[in-house]
Design a protein around this ligand. Structure first.
Ligand SMILES: Cc1ncc(COP(=O)(O)O)c(C=O)c1O
Length: 376
């Protein structure tokens, strides 16, 4: 068998290795509190579950890949209320099966040799690039520059063969937020050099400051711009697999031609539940309040023991500065049942940090805070 070149040199997903370690500890009877993987464990609100059940039809037909008009309109309405964006639901909005598959597939529809990705980053930008036969151009995110990429440090010639530039704010793993000027500069460069700015905004609704994070959808000119968002975090629906891509009609048009080949049309009952979710903000306020309470419980104890939160005040992650001993500390805490992700899981640029996902229930966070107080 000849296997795809993209597999060459591909590491096992680091979280798979962590899962093995967790299994061993559980078998040994260790009480694990898992802040490792960023999977929301809040309950999906009842009105969303009810919308799904009400949408189950005795006749099951294939869903259309462009998505239900009702969902496209609900997403466009949400983007107008939240960001003041004027999206045409016909040509500028496409429902997806969660955002991961859409992020992975983007590089398939674009020409160009390379994909520009932040480092450290959510790994799917790179995986999508490699399976599309493209190389990556890493843009380092450093604490000194607020974990924002320095786009003007990239020589003009390097942009020439770029297919897509990935931005992700609020950021996983660093929790940083972006100013509008980052999107403006990225979109300017995209138009100048003919690439697409892809803004992954999965955490746009999880924030703790007074001002909600800005979106690339706020740009006056969306040509060359694609925004990805999801209900997984905002509405605690990771299992539903429901997201969207919105922006430049030319790019949405390409995706509409591409996606029927793949089999990623979201199920209609999921789409009807998604209409309910995008149309309500009250539950999102509760989601934010829940993460905020967990953050308050843990941040104090971590910082008082020298683990400073180095990133921003958004997402459900804490990006903790643990210095050169970060990996050893993660191992030590793991042995005592506190699971954190070493920053190096997100590439060498994450070394020296630990990522803590505020996903266990509040009571577990409180238990962990007590345990951390003695362990650290
Ligand atoms: C930065 C980022 N983008 C996208 C996703 C994908 O989320 P989903 O596929 O559930 O929409 C995740 C999930 O962890 C993420 O952390």
């Amino acid at each position: 068998m000849r296997i795809a070149a993209a597999f060459t040199g591909m590491q096992t997903y680091p979280f798979v290795r962590l899962a093995d370690a967790k299994r061993r500890l559980l078998a040994a009877g260790v009480d694990l509190i898992d802040f490792g993987i960023g999977e929301p464990r809040e309950q999906t609100p009842a009105f969303i579950r009810e919308a799904l059940v009400a949408a189950l039809d005795p006749l099951s037909t294939y869903p259309q890949s462009e998505g239900l008009p009702e969902l496209r309109s609900a997403i466009a309405d949400w983007a107008r209320r939240r960001f003041g964006a004027a999206l045409d639901p016909e040509t500028q909005v496409l429902p997806t099966m969660g955002s991961k598959e859409a992020i992975f597939h983007l590089a398939q529809v674009l020409g160009g040799e390379r994909v520009a990705i932040p480092a450290p980053a959510y790994p799917v930008y790179e995986r999508g690039a490699r399976f599309a036969g493209k190389r990556v151009l890493e843009l380092p995110l450093r604490e000194a520059t607020g974990f924002l990429p320095d786009l003007d440090a990239v020589p003009g010639a390097s942009w020439r063969d770029v297919a897509v530039l990935w931005l992700n704010y609020p950021n996983n793993p660093t929790a940083a937020v972006a100013p509008r000027s980052l999107y403006e500069r990225a979109a300017e460069l995209a138009r100048e050099h003919g690439f697409v700015v892809a803004s992954d905004e999965a955490y746009s609704e999880i924030y703790f400051g007074d001002e909600p994070p800005v979106s690339a959808l706020e740009l006056a000119d969306l040509s060359g711009v694609a925004v990805f968002n999801t209900l997984s975090k905002r509405s605690s629906m990771p299992g539903y697999r429901s997201g969207f891509v919105a922006g430049d009609p030319a790019l949405i048009g390409l995706l509409k031609r591409y996606r029927p080949n793949v089999g990623v049309a979201p199920q209609e009952f999921i789409q009807r539940a998604a209409v309910a979710a995008w149309s309500d903000e009250a539950h999102v306020e509760q989601v934010r309040a829940s993460y905020c309470a967990k953050r308050d419980v843990l941040l104090g104890v971590l910082e008082s023991h020298g683990l400073r939160s180095a990133g921003g005040d958004a997402t459900f992650f804490l990006w903790l500065d643990a210095g050169p001993g970060a990996e050893a500390l993660a191992d030590r805490l793991l042995a005592d049942g506190i699971v954190l992700a070493p920053g190096s899981f997100f590439g060498p640029a994450g070394a020296g940090y630990l990522r803590l996902a505020l996903v266990p229930p509040l009571a577990e966070c409180e238990r962990a805070a007590v345990r951390l107080g003695t362990l650290l």
